[in-house]
Design a protein around this ligand. Structure first.
Ligand code: ADP
Ligand code: MG
Length: 725
């Protein structure tokens, strides 16, 4: 028997829009503000928030906490989405398969128990009755969807003894709203705003009042001739169209202009960089013989993908221009070998090389593997890190200045001012997304227009590459070495933990090795450490015979290296670690990755972690452990488990979390974009980039005001100084 749940009246304490994020997703045009937390600050506060009605100190404080400091900021804060009431249908007219929007009143609601318990709500609009079915729902929905409330309901119509929508999108119709237009904006409401009782209705009111201020002006950032050429409206007018649209076409058009306006300056600047690099730099030739000697030291032959990438890099080294290349390739595709040979070619051509990686552990691992090979070929390579002893450091600096040291590996330590090369001509940056743009520039500045090879294991969606790395030429390593078997990925619920330990007993007996990684729970490193220590105690208690090594970020470098070294050599079968081993670590003999609290990681990060295994020819496994709190993430993780394609995962991550939150990209300035949605606006990005290139090609024919504006963009700190200008 179904249980009646509705009291029949709506509780007043429950503000109507408190759950709007989970309840309603009508017309979600790429959500800018959702993830951008704040309007961007562009100028001094001209109109104080206190000028608007119904704003007291508490509410103002809540708005400011969300980055809204002035009336101007409020107006620049975009709606999350819109509810289009212009296309309402009557329930009586619904047909199976329709994508429908109806306006209806709740008449009953029931919790139906059974194998798949569900919430069933019946609504009517006078022409018929429609059933809304929820298999997933929050308890509070039952209360919100109480009898007599009115909703705009949308979704795909099915038929089962009458029309039905499973998991419809819902928006409560708010009869008292001042904005009576047919397209309603819905704004992001932060927790803090919610507590201050700033809800949709109030926000609509506030924006109305703001737009009504006769003195409101926004500074125009684009030259007039450009606006005319593109048919752009003033920014304020575009914002008005977002807040008070007459049609969804208006919304789309306004958004398009704002997006393009946001990336155009970056695109112009990148186009300028490419142009300058054409004119700078030198040809690094004569290194192929050295390269061939080094190639013989590799225990494998390159894959076709590696060969192609290498030959592209070689021809750009040899060309008489500065070349900056972004070498993209999925985790484990063998980018290191390509970079190694490219260094050989550059060293053979007579210049010095720098090889920089983000962690000491990683660069040490590279150095340990590659230095003997360079030595065999008569090339001196050294390693410089924070932990390098003073005397060794002095010796290295001397060798570097004299030109004796041809290749210098290192961490950020390479960037310190007293590290001076005789003639730095080629820089490799491994895991480039871990470095800030300023750091990249600082390394390049140590040479005279050196070539750059940036390695990226976090596959970056193309739209972002074109914008943020628009001055780098992308080269992709398209395949993995032969013989790699798929990594089998499984989501493991808490109750199967014991089973996992038993399974590992068997694997270790067969000589397999495993990583076990813990997440960071709060923002600080301490939580990571705490969970690592707890896990270590637990496992040692359960399995006293296991040979366990531990690695975390707080350990002295020497100890970390000893753990990794011992693990690589097979002295230990289990390496318990924090995310210090996330990138780059390469122990091909390890075939198992266990990730504790997997729901706490972004997909890109999981992909990186999983990429530590599947590097040899053995069977590989990745286990995603979920704590109680992680159940909600099962779908997301199953999605991850079903693919090993890093680019697909990066796109998925981009869609789920937005560019600003993508691993490492925050450093590249991705967070500075408010309007553009890199997951959905690919075409727009491409168009803008080619528009920018065309502009620069026709420089002489450009109107004066455009030339002036562009020249300003060349030097403006749009995304922090990047590259060597
Ligand atoms: P990534 O691209 O993630 O940096 P690595 O350069 O660390 O990958 O390479 C991953 C593993 O594959 C390493 O153990 C490396 O020695 C091995 N490897 C690289 N190229 C080849 C190849 N052509 N054939 C076989 N193994 C290779
Ligand atoms: Mg690597």
């Amino acid at each position: 028997m179904a249980r009646k749940i509705f009291s029949g009246t709506k509780t007043e304490e429950e503000p109507p829009d408190s759950d709007c994020r989970t309840l309603s997703f009508a017309h979600r045009i790429p959500a800018m503000a959702a993830r951008t937390r704040a309007a961007f600050y562009l100028g001094p506060v001209v109109h104080e928030l206190s000028m608007l009605p119904k704003l007291g100190a508490t509410r103002i404080a809540a708005l400011k906490a969300s980055g809204v400091h002035s009336v101007e900021d409020l107006v620049r804060r975009a709606p999350l989405r819109w509810i289009d009431r212009t296309k309402l249908k009557r329930i009586g007219d619904l047909r199976e398969g329709d994508d429908a929007v109806v306006r209806a009143q709740v008449v009953s609601g029931n919790l139906v128990p059974g194998r798949r318990p569900r919430l069933v709500v019946r609504v009517e609009d006078g022409t018929g009755s429609l059933e809304l079915v929820f298999f997933h729902y929050a308890q509070s929905w039952a209360r919100k969807l109480s009898r007599g409330t009115n909703w705009i309901v949308s979704g795909r119509v099915g038929f089962f003894r009458g029309p039905q929508i499973v998991h419809p999108e819902l928006e409560e119709v708010d009869p008292g709203a001042p904005w009576t237009g047919e397209i309603l904006p819905v704004y992001p409401v932060s927790e803090r705003m919610h507590e201050a009782r700033i809800e949709q209705r109030l926000l609509r009111n506030l924006v109305s009042a703001a737009l009504g201020l006769g003195s409101l002006r926004l500074p125009e950032r684009f030259p007039e001739s450009l606006r005319n050429e593109l048919g752009w409206l003033p920014e304020l007018e575009n914002l008005r169209r977002l807040h008070r649209p007459k049609s969804m076409d208006e919304v789309r058009d306004a958004r398009r202009q704002l997006c393009m306006g946001e990336i155009l300056p970056v695109a112009i600047r990148m186009a300028r960089r490419r142009e300058l690099m054409e004119r700078r730099g030198r040809a690094l030739t004569g290194g192929r013989e050295t390269l061939e000697r080094l190639r013989k030291t590799l225990p494998f032959s390159l894959t076709g993908g590696q060969e192609n990438a290498l030959s592209e890099i070689l021809s750009s080294l040899e060309a008489k221009r500065q070349s900056h290349t972004l070498l993209q390739g999925d985790v484990g595709s063998g980018k290191t070998a390509v970079a190694f040979l490219a260094c050989g070619a550059a060293a053979g051509a007579g210049v010095q090389c720098a090889f920089m990686a983000p962690t000491e552990l990683l660069v040490w691992q590279h150095f340990r593997k590659l230095e003997p090979k360079f030595r065999e070929a008569g090339i001196r390579a050294e390693l410089l890190c924070g932990s390098t002893p003073g005397s060794k450091r002095t010796e290295i600096l001397r060798g570097l200045a004299s030109g004796e040291i041809r290749i210098l590996f290192g961490t950020h330590a390479l960037l310190s001012a007293d590290v001076a090369f005789a003639d730095l001509g080629f820089c490799v940056i491994d895991e480039q997304h871990r470095f800030g743009v300023g750091q990249r520039a600082a390394l390049l500045a140590k040479g005279k227009d050196p070539d750059l090879l940036a390695l990226s294991a976090t596959p970056i969606p193309r739209s972002l590459t074109m914008t943020l790395y628009g001055d780098l030429r992308a080269v992709v390593v398209s395949e993995k070495p032969q013989g790699r078997k798929p990594i089998r990925t499984r989501v493991v619920p808490e109750e199967k933990r014991a089973g996992l330990l038993e399974w590992l007993d068997g694997e270790f007996a067969k000589g397999n090795r495993a990583y076990w990684v813990v997440p960071r729970i709060d923002d600080d490193e301490t939580s990571e450490l705490r969970s690592l220590e707890a896990l270590e105690r637990e496992i040692r208690r359960a399995r006293p015979s296991w040979k366990i090594a531990v690695a975390n970020g707080r350990m002295p470098e020497e100890e970390k290296k000893r753990s990794l070294d011992g693990f690589a050599a097979g002295e230990f079968s289990l390496l318990l670690a924090t995310t210090v081993i996330e990138v780059g670590v390469d122990v091909p003999e390890a075939g198992v990755m266990v990730i504790e609290g997997a729901d706490r990681f972004g997909l890109a990060q999981l992909h990186q972690l999983r990429g530590r295994v599947g590097r040899g020819t053995r069977d590989s496994w990745c286990f995603l452990l979920l704590g109680e709190s992680g159940r909600a993430a099962v779908d997301r993780l199953n999605g991850f488990a079903s693919t090993e394609d890093g680019f697909a995962i990066a796109e998925l991550d981009l869609e789920q979390r937005g560019a600003g939150n993508l691993e490492g990209l925050a450093q590249s300035g991705a967070t500075k974009f408010v309007w553009i949605d890199f997951a959905r606006d690919r075409d727009l990005v491409e168009q803008t980039v080619s528009y920018a290139s065309a502009k620069l090609r026709n420089w002489d024919a450009l109107p004066e005001d455009q030339r002036e504006a562009f020249a300003k963009w060349f030097s403006e700190d749009l995304l922090e100084a990047r590259g060597n200008q």
